[in-house]
Design a protein around this ligand. Structure first.
Ligand SMILES: Nc1nc2c(c(=O)[nH]1)N[C@H]1C(S)=C(S)[C@@H](COP(=O)(O)O)O[C@H]1N2
Ligand SMILES: [Mo]
Length: 308
């Protein structure tokens, strides 16, 4: 007998937050932004995104203030408050995303008009940073697999490389050699096709704030946060495992795979436990950030201590 496996982010319609509550939360968010209470969000922030609320977790989402005020985005500074404070210079609209490399159909997408045609979903995912903290974030996005299929990769394409904007006028941090710029990340093709991997264009029901990677960023919930590259301008299909900014800068600390793994410590931080932002207690970190059922099979037979 075969069972249709429902991923754990899927909730039956009846269990989802009632629409009224969802709209209520949205209105609260809009009100806070208008009142200037959210760092980096001005009253001119784009309107709410229409999305299907298909996806949830039985975990309390991290507050919007923390999600938009405690960030890593080195193009705007190294401290957690820097992206909210400094990312006002980023111009997320208009924005062009180029999809190319080993494909049949190279694409040049105007992100605004393209997003308006997509059917978006809200998905509440855990995010785990190597520094030992985690958040629960209601993202709005669509499966990365949809973009991969649209580009029709050639059979020789084995990896996907992602590149962030590289404009020092919009990103003051690029003047400092904190990382090898532009920020780059990569996934193996099967990882990119996994239904959990999404391209996010919003959070908490509205367009992405600049500090969270406007207008489009990757979310790979079973990997450490740094794989979820922000403000993407290029997606390229390549034959060989691409260089990634963190792996290049500290190969002993950041591997290509970066799967959340409580058994493999980062040299400077234990990965066995994590602190949810907003809580004091520590939680045990789960293999693959709790998404093992949906992703572990991709790594069967691999030594995950070697391929960390
Ligand atoms: N371009 C770019 N993307 C990036 C980063 C960065 O510095 N630059 N930081 C990464 C890290 S370390 C984390 S933990 C997440 C943080 O995402 P958030 O600020 O939206 O929570 O973004 C990732 N994506
Ligand atoms: Mo991170």
């Amino acid at each position: 007998m075969r069972y249709l496996q429902r991923p754990d982010w899927h909730l039956p319609e009846a269990a989802a937050t009632p629409e009224g509550l969802f709209l209520g939360r949205r209105q609260i968010v809009a009100g806070m932004a208008a009142a200037g209470l959210l760092p980096g969000m001005t009253a001119a922030a784009p309107a709410a995104l229409a999305s299907r609320r298909t996806v949830s977790l039985n975990e309390e989402p991290t507050s919007l203030e923390a999600v938009t005020g405690y960030n890593n985005f080195y193009e705007f500074g190294l401290d957690k408050g820097d992206p909210a404070e400094n990312s006002g210079t980023l111009r997320p609209s208009p924005w062009t995303l180029k999809v190319g490399g080993m494909v049949n159909k190279p694409l040049t997408l105007d992100v605004d008009s393209w997003i308006s045609k997509l059917s978006l979903e809200e998905r509440v995912y855990r995010m785990r940073c190597v520094e030992g903290w985690s958040m629960v974030i209601p993202w709005v996005g669509f499966p990365l697999a949809a973009l991969v299929k649209a580009a029709e990769p050639l059979s020789g394409a084995k990896y996907v490389r992602f590149t962030t904007l590289n404009d020092p006028k919009q990103m003051p941090g690029l003047k400092f050699p904190a990382l090898d710029w532009p920020y780059r990340e990569g996934l193996r093709m099967d990882e990119a096709m996994n239904p959990l991997a999404i391209l996010a264009v919003g959070l908490y029901g509205r367009r992405l704030p600049n500090q969270n990677g406007a207008p489009i960023r990757l979310v790979v919930p079973w990997k450490y946060g740094f794989k979820s590259i922000k403000s993407i301008v290029a997606v390229d299909f390549v034959e060989r495992q691409p260089l990634t900014s963190w792996n290049q800068s500290q190969p002993s600390e950041y591997g290509f795979y970066s799967n959340v793994n409580p058994d493999v410590d980062h040299p400077r931080w234990s990965q066995a436990t994590e602190r949810r932002i907003g809580e004091f207690r520590k939680r045990a970190t789960l293999p693959f950030n709790g998404y093992g059922e949906q992703v572990a099979a991709m790594y069967r037979g691999m030594d995950l201590k070697k391929f960390f």
